[in-house]
Design a protein around this ligand. Structure first.
Ligand SMILES: Nc1ncnc2c1ncn2[C@@H]1O[C@H](COP(=O)(O)OP(=O)(O)OP(=O)(O)O)[C@@H](O)[C@H]1O
Ligand SMILES: [Mg+2]
Length: 206
């Protein structure tokens, strides 16, 4: 994973940009139809502003977070910005990562989003994908010690979390204005969080 951190970030950026319309359509149902546009703009800026040759993983993640914070906007800009900056802090100074760093990063991401958004699991946000992903990663890693299997389990749990967001009412963010009418719709933020997890999984697989 080490010196290829920029490659991993750019895989994430590509995945988000490719899914711009999909994410925006989801946000049209329960929000203001800007999640995909916001995220694609932010990750386009990341591709342009983050230096490709910096091997310091913490710095690359921090720069990614700062760029998202200043370019995504909406609710998700500060949330993803904080998430990437906290991830950077959690692995500060490292020039390579291993399987043990995955839960450390996910924990930092979740902690950052919770701190910033004051949400908990079950409020129809990105946390409903990320918290189950961390749990499944840890469970599978303990059982099999295979990082690829653990990442697959994490992504499957994130997808299940996205499906679960259809069944619950939003109590945070713009979608909460809809109250019970938010039920039946998939959360855009949980979906983008899952796309990011899947991009990392696919990157690790090579
Ligand atoms: N307090 C929160 N904590 C965690 N996630 C949140 C919170 N509020 C919103 N979200 C996530 O952000 C996503 C919406 O992001 P988006 O970029 O569309 O922002 P927005 O709601 O349009 O922001 P604004 O209302 O400020 O314009 C939601 O689908 C949800 O997953
Ligand atoms: Mg929106």
């Amino acid at each position: 994973m080490g010196t290829k951190i920029y490659d991993c970030i750019s895989r994430i950026a590509e995945r988000i940009i490719d899914n711009k319309d999909y994410l925006t359509d989801l946000d049209r149902e329960i929000g203001d139809a800007d999640h995909g546009v916001n995220m694609a703009r932010g990750f386009q800026a990341v591709l342009e502003k983050v230096p490709p040759d910096n091997a310091n993983i913490g710095e690359v993640l921090k720069k990614t977070g700062m760029t998202l914070l200043s370019t995504v906007g909406g609710a998700s800009g500060p949330l993803y910005g904080t998430a990437f900056m906290e991830a950077g802090k959690a692995v500060a100074g490292k020039e390579s990562l291993d399987a043990g760093d995955v839960p450390v990063i996910l924990n930092a991401v979740i902690g950052g989003i919770q701190k910033r958004g004051k949400a908990v699991r079950g409020e129809k946000t990105m946390l409903d994908a990320l918290i189950p992903a961390l749990e499944s990663f840890t469970e599978k890693m303990t059982a099999s010690s295979d990082v690829f299997e653990a990442m697959d389990a994490a992504c499957a749990a994130a997808r299940d979390g996205v499906a679960f967001t259809r069944t619950i009412r939003a109590t945070k963010g713009r979608a909460s204005y809809l109250g019970d009418r938010s039920i039946g719709h998939q959360d855009p933020g949980a979906t983008s969080a899952t796309l990011i997890m899947e991009a990392v999984r696919d990157f690790l697989r090579g």
